[in-house]
Each structure stands twice: as structure tokens, then as C-alpha cells.
Ligand binder design. Sequence first.
Ligand SMILES: *Cc1c(COP(=O)(O)O)cnc(C)c1O
Length: 393
Amino acid sequence: MAGFPIEPASRIKTLPPYLFAAIDEMKQKAIAKGVDIINLGIGDPDLPTPAPIVERMREEVGNARHHQYPSYEGMLAFRRAVADWYKWRFGVVLDPDAEVLTLIGSKEGIGHVPLAFVDPGDVVLVPSPGYPVYPVGTSFAGGTSYFMPITKANDYLPDLAAVPKDVARKAKLMFLNYPNNPTSATAGKDFFKRVVDFAQEHRIIVCHDAAYSEIYYDGRKPPSFLEIEGAKEVGVEFHSLSKTFNMTGWRIGFAVGNRQVLAGLGKVKSNLDSGVFQAVQGAGIAALESKDVLAADIRSMYQERRDVLLPGLKRIGLEVEPLRAAFYVWITVPKPFTSASFTAHILEKAGIVTTPGNGFGQAGEGYIRMTVCTKKERLAETVARLEKAGLTP
Ligand SMILES: *Cc1c(COP(=O)(O)O)cnc(C)c1O
């Protein structure tokens, strides 16, 4: 049979070209040549999930009640554990019945929320640079992203007053993400307060992505958006066990806050997926109930790594944003490089894989991103290799 040309839908044909493909190809070539690659490209914790969580999973998986379809909104016991954790961590009170929704990782909920609220022609406010799921989820729903630059000059916070009035009028939803990927910036309550006022004025649903709230340094805890008065009236917060407990492979996250927003997202989800394996939710309960016992060790390990990498990078002459939260080091590309050419330079000359900043949106041009998801010995080696390779073409 000859078959016929298989045509993808325009929604995937128009996706931006995969910016990391070129890097990946260079990486594969280097590996084939036997180069000892240091991979600082991926934002994925390198250490295993803490043993007590794994142990709880072993017990839960033997429970035959978990072998059937889970409930769509997640087990009440898990949602209660989320509510308790929010109360403990942020002092935010949530109704586990209507103000908590279990997700198959927060990425799933972030990608699907526009399907519930965005119609063709609607605008979604999206930070640039930012997590690519925000604009892609928007475009899958037929919406248009309006990119709000987050730049050093504005402490990596969007300038809400700079959003044109007609754009704000058409905007249905806004994504925000603090602690921020890729810049590692944090937002204070004063900023969140301005967001609530802006959202009220223009009737915009706020979707705040707080995946990194527990990865912080020097004891400076980032706040929740929901700590602000009125926040629950305008939006939701997305959260995840992925980064806090080294659980990226388990696929469990949650959204909390405005019940109408969660009901809409839940309606989309009940038509697309069938929830999270209940054994994983059971293990998630163990993680959340550990409060800070397991998370604190993970946090202090990142801090040790930061304290190796950042001073080293500065010593060899790189301009680096302070790492206050999350695990991303946001580095200004030295002249005359671009994001892409500097990424290529240090891969070729030093065997170090990083991510070009423009992969996160136009406003990321002129930067590269490194992660601290690698042992500190390798981070020290990174500095040594960069010093040897030099910062000029
Ligand atoms: C890692 C990450 C998430 C979490 O993804 P999960 O699907 O929960 O594993 C969410 N947002 C951002 C910005 C991230 O970097």
C-alpha cells in the first residue's frame, strides 16, 4: 500500500521550532567522540526520592483498592494533606473539597487550564522568558499569548502598567511563576498585591505556578500568591511534589485556590484523563506530611552546590544573577556571544551542556541557564573547564 501524506494539525505545525534540537545534536556528537559531558541543561533533580516516600509507595502499591480508577478530583485524603500542608507552610486555609484539585504533575494542569477558560481570540498574558507550557497551552486552546518581558531592570517582575489597555481588556488569563524558571527570581507580597488589583480591575484569571516554592536559599522562604487578601477570588496556584521531594518521575501535583477555576479545569480533565494512581497519591501524602523533614535536606544540598558554582563563575568573570530560589543559574552571555553561540562555545570547548536563554522566549536572549542538579564536584569541574576554555570566541 502506498499510504498517504500524514498531515499534522496546524496547532502542532505552528509550534515554535524545537530550539534545543541543535544543542542535543552537538551533545550527541560530543558523547560519541568520548567527551565527558557535564549536563547542566536539564531541570530535573539528580538525587532519588527520599526513602520514606519510596517505602510508603511499596506499601500502597499492594493495596488492591488502589488498582481501580482513582476519583477524578483526587483522593480526599490527598487533598486534605495538601490543605494541611498549605496551612502549615503559608497559613492559607483551603477547603479540601472544592479548593484543591490533584494533577498528573503541575505541567498537566498548566497545559490544560486554557482549554477551560480561553476561547479563540482571547489573550493570555505570559511572562518572557518563561516555561514554554504557558504559551503552548494557550495556543492549543486557540488563544493568543501576549508576552510580558521580565527583565533585570524590573527585578524580573512583569511591568503590569505596561500592558496596553486593549490587551488587558481582551486578556482572560495570566500566567506567573515565582520562584521563577529560568531566572531564579522571587516575588514579594507587594508584587502579588499589585497582581490581585490588576486582575480584579481587568477581570483576569491569575494562574500562579509555584513549583519551586520549597527550593530556597539562606532561609528566605518565598510566599504563596494565595497569602494575599483577595487572591482566591481571582486565581489559583499550581504546585508540585516534583521539585520539593525529588519526585519528577512520579507525576503528581495539584492546583489550589479559586473553586470556579478549579471546577473548570476539573471538567476538562474528567474528559481527558482519569486521575493519578492512588498509590502515588498515598506516597504523596507521606511526602506532604513530612512537612520540612525531607525537604530541608534537599534544600541544603542545593545551597552547598550554589556556594561552589556561583563564586566560581563570578571569579572567572561571568555576570550571574544571585540564586535566591529554584535551581537555575541565570548567566549573562559575555560579548560578542549570543545565547546560542555561547551555549555552543562552552559545549564544544568545555563539554558543558547548558540551555540558551532564548529557548524560554525572546526576552531570554543574551543569557544562558545552568542548573545545580549535578554533584558539587562536577560544578567545581565546570568552573575549571570554563576557565580553561576562556570566555572569548
Ligand atoms: C518543573 C516545573 C514544573 C513542575 O512540573 P511537574 O509537571 O509538576 O513535574 C512546573 N513549572 C515550572 C516552571 C517548572 O520548571
